[in-house]
Design a protein around this ligand. Sequence first.
Ligand code: CA
Ligand code: CA
Length: 230
Amino acid sequence: KRMTGVEALLRWNHADHGFISPSEFIPVAEDSGLIIPLGTWVLRTACMQAAKWDLQQHDPIDISVNISAMQLKDPKFVDIVAGALAASGLAANRLELELTESLLMEDVESNLGVLKRLRAIGVNLTIDDFGTGYSSMSYLKRFPINTLKIDQSFVAHLPADKEDLAITTAIIALARALKLKTVAEGVETSAQAQFLADAGCDYLQGFLFSPALPSLQLWTWWEKSQFAPV
Ligand code: CA
Ligand code: CA
């Protein structure tokens, strides 16, 4: 029952247009190529924020950043990640990059090279939305990943749904056997949390703990929450 990390999520509250959903602006950023500078900004901001929290003398928490296909294909990507770490002073093992299965499967050979270089600088790698994309068991063996993030669609109907129960139990067992960590996302009820903890899931994420918050509010939540380090 300890807070170990946060996932950086991008939100846009526009001065004139109000709240613009990421499902609207991310595809536009991807189509226009703006996802590269935007993604770089997110990486740098997230690393800076984690380093800043360290200075405020909390126990160190990890920060997860979602990576898009175009960023992974960018020949400068590894340098951008290294640059974000260097500029913030954040230790590489505190940064997790979340990559979806479909993104990884797009160009396996070249992705493999990039992932190996990222691991070489010490960054942790997570497969996001695990179980929903095009899954191949062989890449679990080949890709140098650290964590599987169980998609929220499998978590939503736990523990009542027998199929979801079987799937999540199997993913956790597979991950443990492969010495990978598991994160369950979309955890909203204590019954889900209890089932996942009993099944051996390492980390839980979701509204049961908190909705997404701006960094300052997160700090307040953290200070007050039962998950604050003692
Ligand atoms: Ca994610
Ligand atoms: Ca996700």
